[in-house]
Ligand binder design. Sequence first.
Ligand code: AP5
Ligand code: MG
Ligand code: ZN
Length: 217
Amino acid sequence: MRQNLILLGPPGAGKGTQAKMLVDKYAIPQISTGDILREAVKSGTPLGIEANSHMSRGALVPDEVVIGIVKERLKRGDCGKGYILDGFPRTIAQADALFSYLNECGCPITEVIDIKVPKDHLVIRLSGRRVCRSCGAGYHIEFNPSKDGGRCDRCGGELFQRDDDREDVVIKRFETYEAQTTPLSEYYKKKGQLTTISGIGDVEAIFDDICKIVDER
Ligand code: AP5
Ligand code: MG
Ligand code: ZN
């Protein structure tokens, strides 16, 4: 069955962690707008330069830019059996644009999972997060450390800390999330597509919860 999934949740909720596991289980791609934008920033493209001016201060990249990126990405052949949207939509305007686009092609969102984690946990998660520069695998210095601290277990790549995981930017990202993204829970609840889960506890247990929801829908 086709799975068009959305993972909602605040910065550090575990969207990326869970999305990567869902990729393996359902053989559908993860579409992380954050990852796409960070790649553009790294390459120094005009998109990257514009995106960085917003990302570096914890603000959202303008809707029209992100909507354009996602529409292009959804056209690619690997989305034929579905996909996992991680970090998109993040505003009502993005959700409306996605709705219209999917309506036109007759393949609506099948499930929206809202991952709830209290702020004190999120702060600890973000400050300890490390990411592999080569393969993008995620680690945490305390909860999921790599075997040799500075290198990725999977590929040996260097682990680094995201620029926007600095404390001052994290505070801004939470404010942005509260103001612009929390209304999406109500938006998808009204459509009967939302399931809320706790994102606290064992990563595998949370993954099982998500799979149950996806399989039962
Ligand atoms: P984005 O990259 O999407 O960042 P985010 O939403 O802030 O979310 P994160 O990636 O920080 O957290 P996550 O939920 O993926 O958590 P993770 O699994 O890594 O966006 C970045 C920026 O790009 C935005 O600020 C904005 O500027 C721009 N942008 C992106 N999309 C946009 C859009 N649609 N519109 C406009 N602008 C956009 O986990 C975090 C840590 O916790 C890791 O270390 C992990 O190992 C650990 N962890 C995970 N699960 C657990 C667990 N159960 N227990 C303990 N630790 C755990
Ligand atoms: Mg992420
Ligand atoms: Zn790696």
